[in-house]
Ligand binder design. Sequence first.
Ligand SMILES: [Zn+2]
Length: 477
Amino acid sequence: MPELPEVETVKKILKKTLVGATITSVDVLRAATILGSASIFQESLKDAKFKNISRKGKYLIFHLSKGLVILSHLRMEGKFYELNENEPNSQYAKVVFHLDNGHKLCFDDSRCFGILKLSKETKYLEDPLMLNVGPEPSEINDIDDIFNKVKDSTHPIKELITTQSLISGIGNIYADEILFECKIHPLTPGKFITRENWIEIVESAKKILEKAIKQGGSTIKSYHPGKDLDGKFQSKLKAYGKAGEKCPRCCDILQFIKINGRGTTYCPKCQKKKGAPVRVAIFGKIASGKSEVLKYFAKVGYPTISSDEIVSSLYKEKAVTAIIAKRFNLPFNNEVDKTVLRDYLVAHPKDIPVINRIVHPLVKERIEEFFKAHKNNDIVVCEIPLLFESKSENLFDYIIGVDAPKDVQLDRLQNRNKETSKSLKMIARNNSFDKNKNKADIIVNNNSDLASLKSEIDQIISKLQEYLDLFPSLHLC
Ligand SMILES: [Zn+2]
């Protein structure tokens, strides 16, 4: 869908060739494209001369003699083609303006969402279509105006900046670019967008739109500003349409989500989500006390979930059991026998990635369901030992790593009735913590003193609560 830079480009192109031409007749090939009476549209515009073309938000406004104005919105696929009178109409021409200079102007619209509406020079600004168009970024002088309108909104910022009545001209492409530039997560509720954020959003919107106008807009899918013409800004896009590619700022992988049905691309590292609930992940060394940390969060009243428990319950599900039994040719009926599976995987280590590919996406799904069920809580906590191995880190806002000295690990494993040699082997095998611990927001050191462990968690909780209460003046770590 064309946005402000694209419509501005169309305006510039049409202005060059159209101003000065007089309409000799109008063919309406699809009456519904005209808002209002098609016959009045045809009659009134006969002998009217194009005097100027302007733009408001994404509307093109044709100013004609006789005090007439045509309001036009291209919507999804609308285009204007100026052709020689002897050429055939464009493929999806809906309205054709015949001109006195040997040309004709086709309003072409394959999707039929575009509109044309006749109005008057003295009245068009009061037309409901125009009254719904908010100021463009370059017209916003008073930040407080927009800030006050949305300071209590729970709608995501991506939705707010594409709401034309609030701020006009920004659609899906430039919204992704602007939020990427400002390092704001597209799902951030309006109430968490500060006055300073708004200053930044408006400034970066101005800059990005201006640059895009200079490049003739972005040609994405079927937008072409004129016949055989393409915009050039798409080569400058940093986020839009680039999900799965590396973030040009931090090299993390850009993610794709849908917000109100609109595809949205953002960087999970540069654009951290703000506001409740804070989604906390706990990972750590084997037998380091991750479960104690999780239990403590539960005890003080926060919703918790353990990915190990999710896996156990998945293994009791018939459908999951059937997939695993079939894949590894194991004799499971109603549920997966964990000991049998473990022995099988020890004997067939090559199959470990295979089972991970089956189980990890299901675990992620359950964690997301858990988040949804607790979306009104301040803090939600998940123990997930294979956080990085399962590439789940982007599900979380805050990561706690639990570290413990080897003797504490050994002690704890022996308490679980493991022999010393077996315990040492397990500790050596599960050594990915050191590789990933720098990705944690905080490391908790469990020296087997439960009281000090609890006090460390209390400090984390008060920090997170403080963050939620005083947002945005405080930032996580
Ligand atoms: Zn990034």
